[in-house]
Design a protein around this ligand. Structure first.
Ligand code: SF4
Ligand code: SF4
Length: 103
């Protein structure tokens, strides 16, 4: 698994930097996020969940997709939209944040 940040989508909110338990994410002079040592990332996905702008791509290892498959999250109208992309196919999971912790 690995993380890549698309700075063209990054708004500079800094949430990913704040939640990364390893302090791996930094912000440049424009507040755009970047990860200087991506190999240090252990794939906890905390940053991915915080970025509602789809700026972080979480590439899946071969045990979970491989072949360039990745996960991206967007926050729209109180819902998190998780999208798995593999070979041009998209699988979409919608989670209403208000109901996410109701069992
Ligand atoms: S959470 Fe997303 S938009 Fe905010 S700084 Fe990180 S990559 Fe940029
Ligand atoms: S996946 Fe976890 S360890 Fe990796 S950069 Fe994001 S928050 Fe940090």
């Amino acid at each position: 698994m690995s993380i890549r940040i698309d700075q063209s989508l990054c708004t500079g909110c800094g949430l990913c930097r704040d939640v990364c338990p390893g302090g791996l994410i930094r912000q440049d002079e424009r507040k755009k996020a970047f990860i200087p040592e991506p190999r240090d990332c252990w794939g906890c996905a905390a940053c991915l969940k915080e970025c509602g702008y789809g700026a972080i791509r979480y590439f899946l290892g071969s045990d979970m997709g491989g072949q360039g498959a990745y996960l991206v999250v967007k926050d729209e109208q109180g819902c998190l939209h998780w999208q798995i992309n593999k070979n041009g196919l998209h699988t979409h999971i919608r989670v209403n944040k208000k109901e996410a912790n109701i069992y």
